[in-house]
Structure formats: structure tokens, C-alpha cells
Ligand binder design. Structure first.
Ligand code: HEM
Length: 139
């Protein structure tokens, strides 16, 4: 049973990460094309669907399966650190939602350079999270 929870956990992680890495990239190009009506509308639809139907459900499954795995393996330093990093990843997810709202209201203030820069945030967090879960330091 625990192995099936871990399988679902990893699949949900991959889906969530795909969105966290792709959505800021969409913002890079969208922020350069807001004056083109057709493209602006297309980007808005793509961003909303990616966030609403892939990223948000996947994030919830990551948290539910992650906490179930945590419950079965007990408190360990590496898991507490991991949960802290995933909490930061979740704050980033919420920030992306705010950006979607800004674009929808044609009120985006961030430059494409800014979105290129923040694209590195989920990558960096992901690397440290995977190091923690594979090496399990301070076990
Ligand atoms: C609140 C969120 C999370 C919690 C509480 C959590 C907790 C856990 C626990 C307890 C395990 C089992 C470790 C083992 O038995 O070896 C696990 C496996 C794993 N987690 Fe998470 N996790 C969370 C989110 C994430 C995220 C966001 C990622 C990636 C970015 C991730 C990547 C993995 C991977 C790759 C495994 C499989 C490791 C292995 O089998 O060696 N997890 N997680």
C-alpha cells in the first residue's frame, strides 16, 4: 500500500513540477505580447487551464500523499526540512496564481526578464528537495 502511495506521490510531483517550470515561461512570452489581442487571449486561456486543471490538483495530491508517507515513516530531520522547502514551493505556486490574475486584468507589471529570473526558483527548490529525499541526511 505504501509503495502505491509513493508511486502516486512521484507522479503528482512530476505533474506539479512540469507546471511550475512551464508557467513562468509562458509569462515570459505573454509579458512581451500583451498588446496583441489574439495572442493575449490565447496566453490567458493556456495559463488558466495549466494552473486550474494540472498544477493545483497535482499540488494537492503531492501534499496528501507526502503527508501520508511522512505519517508512515515518522518524524525525521530531512522530512521536516523537505516540508519547509515544499512550503516555499507552495508560496511560489500562490504567487503564480496572483500573476495569472494580473494578466487576466491586463494589469501585469513584471518584465519578461523578471519572469526568466523567477523561473529558476522551482528548479533550485526541486534540486534541494530531491537531494534531501534521496540522501536523507541526518537520518
Ligand atoms: C509536503 C510535501 C511532501 C512531503 C511531506 C513528502 C514526504 C515524502 C516521504 C516521507 C517520502 C518517502 C521517502 C522514502 O520512503 O524513501 C517521499 C518520497 C519522495 N518524494 Fe516527497 N514529499 C513531499 C513533496 C515532494 C516534492 C515537492 C518532491 C519533488 C520536488 C518530492 C519528491 C519525492 C521523491 C522523488 C520521492 C521518492 C524517493 C525514494 O523513493 O527514494 N516530494 N516524500
Amino acid at each position: 500500500m505504501i509503495l502505491w502511495i509513493k508511486i502516486i506521490h512521484i507522479v503528482a510531483v512530476i505533474s506539479w513540477m512540469a507546471g511550475l517550470l512551464y508557467l513562468p515561461r509562458l509569462f515570459v512570452y505573454h509579458s512581451e505580447k500583451t498588446s496583441e489581442e489574439q495572442l493575449n487571449a490565447t496566453f490567458k486561456a493556456m495559463e488558466y487551464r495549466l494552473f486550474r486543471f494540472i498544477m493545483s490538483p497535482a499540488m494537492m495530491v503531492v501534499w496528501i500523499t507526502g503527508l501520508a508517507l511522512f505519517y508512515s515513516s515518522g518524524i525525521q530531520v530531512w522530512i521536516l526540512l523537505k516540508i519547509f522547502l515544499v512550503f516555499l514551493m507552495t508560496l511560489f505556486h500562490i504567487f503564480l496564481k496572483k500573476c495569472i490574475k494580473n494578466f487576466n486584468e491586463d494589469n501585469n507589471k513584471f518584465s519578461s526578464k523578471f519572469f526568466r529570473f523567477i523561473n529558476e526558483v522551482p528548479t533550485t527548490l526541486m534540486v534541494f528537495i530531491v537531494i534531501l529525499v534521496v540522501l536523507k541526511p541526518w537520518l
